[in-house]
Design a protein around this ligand. Structure first.
Ligand code: GLN
Length: 231
């Protein structure tokens, strides 16, 4: 008999700073495309979420350990992750790029030989960079969040970093003095993830809600709010 039982509050892990998908705004409120989508879907489907900005790698690890119900964090649906997690329908297109200093002469991976590259722990971009590291002979240094990774290139400690194109482009548009000299590799999509075989009802509600917010214009409104109407 579940009379006065409190409604479950799903614990959703996310990154600390990954604009435009999740970040603290100037009122120190946690916002972004992922956060707004999750909240709009929860409202539409009548469930409750608590957003936990713990960092990308920590969020994924905690979900794997069963300490979080799901992760929304600009998380690319990679084949490796599909073996461990169940993903929602895709909600955003992405691809991996290399970024270099604004005035850098580096245009391709060959020019990375013998140099240092900044990566973010646990990301698809880091996995990609590590897969070509031997071939192009570069060294790596890792960071837990994107901004510290960008700053390592800005301060010229590293010559390049690897990131998702929509995220890097947004940071550049906001004034981060980097540029993207290459075309995106490993084009993919972002999805909301849960542990494989767990929280299937949450995943189903997410997909149902995503369909509704796409149909009623909320999804476009959220995208436009952060990216403008041209993207
Ligand atoms: N999009 C990248 C990935 O899927 C990184 C996500 C993140 O850093 N929040 O690995």
């Amino acid at each position: 008999i579940k009379s006065a039982q409190a409604q479950k509050v799903y614990q959703i892990g996310t990154d600390v700073t990954y604009p435009p998908f999740e970040f603290a705004n100037k009122n120190n409120k946690y916002v972004g495309i992922d956060i707004d989508i999750m909240k709009a879907i929860a409202k539409e489907e009548g469930f409750k979420v608590q957003i936990k900005p713990v960092g990308f790698n920590a969020a994924v690890q905690s979900m794997e350990a069963g300490q979080l119900d799901g992760v929304i964090a600009g998380m690319m649906m990679t084949p490796e992750r599909k073996a461990k997690f169940d993903f929602s329908q895709p909600y955003f297109d992405t691809g991996i790029i290399m970024a270099v200093g604004k005035n850098s002469k580096i245009k391709n991976f060959e020019q990375l030989r013998g140099k240092k590259v900044a990566l973010k722990t646990g990301t698809a971009a880091a996995l990609y960079a590590n897969s070509i590291k031997k071939k192009y002979g570069f060294k790596t240094v890792t960071f837990d969040d994107s901004n510290n990774m960008y700053q390592d290139v800005v301060t010229k400690n590293s010559v390049a970093c690897f990131e998702d194109k929509p995220v890097m482009q947004y940071a550049i548009n906001q004034g981060t003095p980097l540029k993207i000299p290459v075309k995106p590799a490993n084009k993919s999509t972002y999805g909301f993830a849960v542990r494989k075989g767990h929280n299937q009802e949450l995943l189903a509600k997410f997909d149902a809600g995503l369909k509704k917010i796409k149909a009623n214009g909320t999804y476009d409104k959220i995208k436009n709010k952060y990216l403008g109407t041209k993207h």
